[in-house]
Structure formats: structure tokens, C-alpha cells
Design a protein around this ligand. Structure first.
Ligand code: SAH
Length: 250
């Protein structure tokens, strides 16, 4: 794993990044760098836009509250977006913030809200979800910004999954047995398939939803142990297992 420079702040920007580019900062960004982090002209700032890799830039103050970033050199090449889909029933906002950030940190490349029968609050603040995904990427050295598609109902989400994508369905009713072995039996760790994980709402899945999910071919109903986990806990648990056995943490 490349040694990241975690002392330098990382900022997501929309602009194209190349040597010599000068990026005027908005007031909030200038205040954050100048006054909150108290960065000066010799302090590097790392920039990424999800397309051009990571670049080192230097802060040039242009006024009492204004500053530009002068892009100097590329520090890391662009990495491809992660292929792992994280499908989840939306939770109330604070827990949704946590869940979105952890899914990104754990390597999800698509974060899709799934509306189920017992979902609390079907309206999902997608701007907030995307902002959390960007914040997690900024903090964790992730270069590709996850895709956050609009919420869809469970049947459409299942229909939209490519048949070859293994769906790991977090099912507290599945037999409690060795989840690592269950994942190894569901796919070849030497040639892992594309992956999706699905976690339900606080109220769990309805009986007919459970049947619908289990009827999908190439789906593994996976127990995460004998205790009922909160949905945001289940998110981290299943992503850690899947990444360790079939994903990028092998
Ligand atoms: N019906 C319970 C479970 C909901 S927990 C309740 O009302 O509290 C929310 C989601 O987390 C579940 O839908 C499931 O996807 C996942 N989950 C929780 N505990 C789990 C376990 N022990 N094994 C597998 N998945 C679990």
C-alpha cells in the first residue's frame, strides 16, 4: 500500500488538475485552509477530482480572506472506481451519514439506497449522502468518488443487478455458521465475481422481500453472527468480511 501523506489536507475539487493550474478557492475553502488548519505557502495541499489522480498544490494567499491553490505535481495516479455495490435501506440522517462514510472507507464504489417495506423515511437527502461520500474519500486517501444513484425500490434494484454479480444478502435468519467459509463456497476467491451487499432497515425485511431476495440466482444469504446488529453496524461487519474473503483486502 503506498505511503500516504496524511499530514497534508486532501481536498476534492471539480476542476481539471495539471501542473501549473491555478485554482481560486471559495471563501469556505480559503477559511478552512488559512484559518482552521492555519496552512501557509510552504504547506502542501493534496487535491483530487476523481479523474486525474492526486496532485500536490501550494497555497498562495491573495487577500485577507482569499487564496489560490497552485497545482505543482502529481503524487498518485488515478485509481479505477471500486466495483463493489453497497445496497442499503435508508436510515435516519445521523446514522445514514455514518453508514455512507463507512461504506466508502470499506471500499464500496456504488452506494445505492433501497426502499423496502419497513424503510424509515423514504426521502433520502442525496446531496448529503454524496457529501458524506466525498468527505470519506478526502479523509481516507480514496481517489475515485463513489457513485450514489437515486433510491429505488427493492424489486427494481434486484432486477438491475447483473446476473453474474454475487449478491451477499445480510440475513439475520440465515443459519449462523462460518461466514468466511460461506463466502468462499459462494465464489472462487482466486477469481472473485463482481459483488454487491444488501443490508435491511431497522425493521428488517418483510417475509415477501426475503423470499424475493433469496429467489434471485447468485445470491448468498449470510448470517453475521448470533446477535442482531444495527444496520450501520451490519454494514461495516459485512463489508469487512466480503473485502477480506473476496474483495480488495485479501
Ligand atoms: N429485525 C431486526 C433486524 C434489523 S437489523 C430489527 O428490527 O432490529 C437491520 C439489518 O441488518 C437486517 O435487515 C440485516 O440485513 C442486517 N443484520 C442485522 N443483524 C444481522 C445478523 N446477525 N446477520 C445478518 N444480517 C444482520
Amino acid at each position: 500500500m503506498p505511503a500516504y501523506d496524511f499530514t497534508a489536507p486532501r481536498l476534492f475539487v471539480a476542476a481539471a488538475l495539471a501542473e501549473g493550474v491555478i485554482l481560486p478557492l471559495d471563501r469556505a475553502q480559503a477559511n478552512y485552509l488559512l484559518n482552521v488548519l492555519r496552512k501557509g505557502p510552504d504547506d502542501p495541499v493534496l487535491l483530487f477530482n476523481g479523474r486525474d489522480g492526486e496532485w500536490r498544490a501550494h497555497l498562495v494567499q491573495t487577500g485577507r480572506k482569499d487564496a489560490d491553490l497552485h497545482v505543482a505535481a502529481r503524487t498518485r495516479p488515478q485509481t479505477p472506481a471500486a466495483d463493489l455495490h453497497y445496497l442499503f435501506a435508508p436510515l435516519k440522517s445521523a446514522r445514514l451519514d455514518y453508514l455512507a462514510q463507512k461504506a466508502v472507507e470499506m471500499g464500496a464504489g456504488t452506494i445505492r439506497p433501497v426502499i423496502t417495506r419497513f424503510t424509515q423515511g423514504e426521502r433520502v437527502n442525496m446531496n448529503r449522502l454524496r457529501a458524506n461520500a466525498v468527505e470519506a474519500a478526502e479523509q481516507c486517501g480514496i481517489l475515485a468518488i463513489p457513485d450514489c444513484p437515486e433510491p429505488e425500490r427493492l424489486p427494481r434494484v434486484l432486477d438491475g443487478l447483473a446476473p453474474e454479480r454475487l449478491l451477499v444478502f445480510c440475513d439475520e435468519d440465515a443459519p449462523v455458521r462460518d461466514p468466511v467459509r460461506a463466502l468462499r463456497e459462494a465464489a472462487d476467491p482466486q477469481a472473485p465475481p463482481s459483488l454487491a451487499v444488501l443490508v435491511g432497515p431497522e425493521g428488517g425485511f418483510s417475509g415477501e422481500e426475503r423470499a424475493l431476495i433469496r429467489d434471485r440466482p447468485n445470491t448468498l444469504a449470510l448470517s453475521l453472527g448470533p446477535r442482531i446488529l444495527r444496520a450501520d453496524t451490519a454494514a461495516v461487519a459485512v463489508l469487512a468480511l466480503v473485502q477480506a474473503v473476496l474483495g480488495d483486502a485479501r
